[in-house]
Design a protein around this ligand. Structure first.
Ligand code: CMC
Length: 428
């Protein structure tokens, strides 16, 4: 294969180098395009064909349904690793030794307090506030309490910021939920593992001991691993681009949380459950909703279906579907919504509209069913996604800093008015 791409503009040829990734993916390196051509740019709304960076964290092949973190398959990680090992792997590039993991965990536990004044900020939110908005605000507010988190050139301060946010984020997650449900705000227990601690902080009732349920611990551990990174998706790109201005870690993460909130991204897990509920309320007529999803004059989309990158199947959805069955049966929960979901999936997989467009269930299609069986309220689903995605955002932010990437600043094709003379108000 040639190592160059040739572009012809107005009869003039320009050559650009081809770059090949470690999985043989090919990219045209257009860094010099604008200068070489005297101002020509590329335009690619939604960045469907544009690589924003080189990254060594996550590989995915949407045609083959492959997802790997740092070379390890998602299937193997979900089965054999625990979430904290995956966090370490994503951020630092290698699976930790026991000694490294112990130190990492101890460093996180050392920071597992949140300034009590953060509670005052939380208190100012109305109970009806969506937890994603609250979480984004609180994450951003942490900067005020730990100002060294903006010293992005100091490796020591960055390590501290990383362990701080890993320690404090689950507390904020739990607090957003507890506040909404009128429960007293809990701190964690340093004797517990990361995921057990999350569950205790979320669910402990003030008048009784919290007893860990290994089914819930395993299910949440797996869900967090499956959500932990997904290369340059909308929220991750947001984190990288915010951080590219040398903004601190916490505020960059807060912008990622906001980006994740939307129903086309992380907000889809909430939207899926609401959609399944609506179908159930409407008598379970899946065909009616399939028709709505295909009707171009109807804005309704089958939530939890389709993916920008996966055009075969989403490997995370496969694992989650099996997990949903297991968790519901282990917990003895019978949820008619699971049957509706399976019915919809079956119909969609045999429907020419979905087949032609390669629309398969994505990670969000079954995750909400597990969250619901675990007792997690529906408005917290996207927050749980954020908790899982946190290490991915951190890893991507750190990589962007270490590679000294330039500030993210796309170009545009201007299509507005050309020059016109100003008219005073009496002449308009
Ligand atoms: N239901 C019905 N039609 C759909 C759907 C859907 N869920 N998804 C895509 N299509 C159609 C779309 O109308 C278009 O049709 P046509 O070619 O006739 O115009 C075609 O499929 C291609 O869709 P697109 O919107 O151009 O594809 P995209 O890559 O820009 O969007 C997506 C990807 C995930 C935003 C989209 O599939 C979608 O809106 N899905 C529902 C929301 C969802 O489940 N999001 C979670 C994504 S996975 C987790 C995450 O990223 O956080």
């Amino acid at each position: 294969m040639s190592d160059k791409a040739t572009l012809e503009i107005n009869g003039k040829k320009y050559e650009f180098p081809l770059k090949v990734g470690t999985e043989d993916e090919v990219a045209i390196d257009l860094k010099t395009l604008r200068n070489a051509t005297g101002g020509v740019i590329t335009i690619d709304p939604g960045y469907k064909n544009t690589g924003s960076c080189e990254s060594a964290i996550t590989f995915l092949d949407g045609e083959k349904g492959i997802l790997r973190y740092r070379g390890y398959s998602i299937e193997e990680l979900a089965e054999k690793a625990d979430f904290l090992e995956v966090v370490y792997l994503l951020i630092f590039g290698e699976l930790p030794t026991q000694e490294e993991l112990d130190k990492f965990e101890a460093d996180i536990k050392d920071k597992s307090m949140v300034d009590d004044d953060v509670k005052k900020i939380l208190d100012a939110f109305p109970k009806a506030a969506h937890p994603m908005g609250v979480l984004s605000s609180l994450t951003s507010a942490l900067t005020a309490f730990y100002p060294s988190s903006v010293d992005v050139d100091s490796e020591e301060d960055m390590y501290k910021a990383i362990v701080r946010i890993l320690a404090k984020f689950p507390i904020l997650v739990a607090w957003t939920m507890r506040k909404k449900h009128g429960l007293p705000l809990e701190y964690g227990d340093d004797n517990l593992g990361y995921v057990e601690n999350v569950l205790k902080m979320m669910f402990k009732k003030p008048n009784s001991e919290y007893v860990q349920n290994p089914i819930l611990v395993n299910a949440l551990d797996k869900l967090l691993i499956l959500h932990a990174d997904h290369e340059q998706n909308c929220s991750t790109s947001t984190v990288r681009i915010a951080g590219s201005s040398h903004a601190g870690l916490f505020v960059s993460l807060a912008s990622g949380i906001s980006a994740l909130w939307g129903p086309l991204h992380g907000g889809a897990n909430q939207a899926v459950l609401e959609m399944l509920e609506a179908i159930k309320e409407d008598g379970g007529d899946t065909k009616k909703y399939m028709a709505k999803a295909k009707d171009k004059s109807d804005p309704f989309r089958l939530m939890g279906f389709g993916h920008r990158v996966y055009k075969n199947f989403d490997p995370r959805a496969k694992i989650i579907k099996v997990a949903a069955d297991e968790v519901l049966s282990d917990l003895g929960v019978e949820d008619p919504i699971l049957d509706i979901a399976k019915g919809l999936e079956k119909e969609a997989l045999n429907d020419p509209y979905f087949v032609e467009r390669k629309l398969y269930p994505n990670v969000d299609f079954y995750s909400g069913i597990i969250y619901r069986a675990m007792g997690i309220p529906v408005e917290m689903f996207t927050v749980m996604f954020a908790l899982g995605r946190l290490p991915g955002w951190i890893a991507q932010w750190r990589e962007m800093r270490m590679r000294k990437e330039p500030i993210g600043r796309p170009r545009q094709l201007y299509v507005g008015e050309t020059y016109r003379d100003f008219k005073t108000i009496d002449k308009r």
